[in-house]
Design a protein around this ligand. Structure first.
Ligand SMILES: Cc1cc2nc3c(=O)[nH]c(=O)nc-3n(C[C@H](O)[C@H](O)[C@H](O)COP(=O)(O)OP(=O)(O)OC[C@H]3O[C@@H](n4cnc5c(N)ncnc54)[C@H](O)[C@@H]3O)c2cc1C
Length: 291
């Protein structure tokens, strides 16, 4: 089932922490809504800490903007009952798109809950809800760090497609060939759902370096060396980071990527700048850009 046509450009938020974070996110979502994204997705934290935060933020998106909201839902800790309840709440709130994930086991927790892998969650949602939700899943052009091998990871991605995923969004990466290679491989295996590259702006290089070490996203040596070479020259770090990410997006779109999913980290400016730089369509200028 497809509610949003591809090519689709979407933006991700995380549930805010505290009233100041909530105020900031309200402002960001209004500013980014003006770009006319296909949907805003809202992450789901481990440890159950943001279970209600995700639902609250989804409701906030729907109340504050005219943009569709897509909650992420991770399953590794949940029970059938708790996940079922959440799905019912999303359906009642008018949600039509869900990002179905495994998630990661919180530290100190050794055994997963009822679902061990995301394909099992996709199957559960499909069985319980049929086509009520458009289901997005995660894809890893540079492979998931816990996969036994690259080939196993591709097969495991295909399990999610076979279970009923309608489209996918990738982990971020800075090497377009990783994406094109992944697409070639899954296409050869008969996968034809849209796989939208996840784009992480490099405005805060130290922060993204830390994330990358945890999630297995590679920052190529030439980018790292250039960034480190700029030292305290924030202006150059900023300009170079923006240029690298804009050129990556251009390469991906020129190579046939069916959209882009921007990790906003709840900030307006990096995403707005990229959107404008790439000439992506906006409600005022639906036909801008070179594509
Ligand atoms: C777009 C995107 C959004 C995300 N949003 C969130 C979020 O909101 N909250 C959050 O906590 N995390 C989020 N994550 C992180 C994600 O939860 C982690 O990367 C997690 O470790 C894997 O989730 P998955 O859904 O990809 O798992 P899976 O697809 O289940 O894969 C997990 C690992 O298990 C392997 N595997 C899969 N199926 C099998 C099988 N049947 N047998 C053996 N091995 C198997 C895979 O190869 C992989 O190594 C997001 C990731 C992406 C790319």
């Amino acid at each position: 089932m497809t509610h949003v046509p591809h090519t689709a450009f979407s933006i991700e938020f995380f549930p805010p922490k505290g009233p100041k974070g909530a105020q900031r996110l309200d402002k960001t979502m209004i500013e980014l809504a003006a770009l006319g994204p296909a949907f805003f997705s809202v992450t789901f934290g481990a440890g159950g800490t943001t279970r209600s935060g995700t639902l609250d933020t989804v409701e906030r998106v729907m109340d504050t903007t005219a943009v569709a909201a897509a909650p992420h839902l991770s399953c590794i800790e949940g029970t059938r009952a708790s996940i079922g309840e959440l799905l019912d709440s999303y359906k009642a709130a008018g949600v039509t798109r869900i990002v179905a994930l495994r998630g990661d086991l919180p530290e100190g927790m050794e055994r997963p809950g009822v679902f061990q892998y995301a394909n099992e969650l996709v199957e559960y949602i499909k069985t319980r809800h049929g086509d009520d939700f458009h289901l997005e899943v995660a894809a890893y052009p540079e492979f998931h760090p816990q996969a036994d091998s690259a080939a196993d990871d591709v097969d495991n991605f295909i399990r999610k497609v076979d279970a009923g995923a309608d489209s996918a969004m990738t982990q971020y990466f800075y090497n377009a060939d990783a994406y094109f290679n992944f697409m070639e491989e899954i296409t050869a295996k008969g996968v034809d759902i849209p796989v939208v590259p996840g784009i992480m702006p490099l405005d805060n290089f130290e922060q993204i370096s830390r994330f990358s070490a945890m999630c297995g996203a590679d920052i190529p040596r030439w980018i790292r060396q250039k960034m480190e070479g700029f030292g305290d020259d924030r202006k150059s770090v900023h300009a170079f980071g923006r240029d690298v990410v804009a050129r990556l997006c251009e390469q991906l779109l020129a190579g046939g990527a069916p959209g882009l999913h921007f990790y906003s980290l709840n900030k307006t400016e990096p995403v707005r700048w990229l959107w404008q730089e790439l000439g992506l369509p906006t409600p005022e200028q639906p036909q801008t850009g070179t594509r």
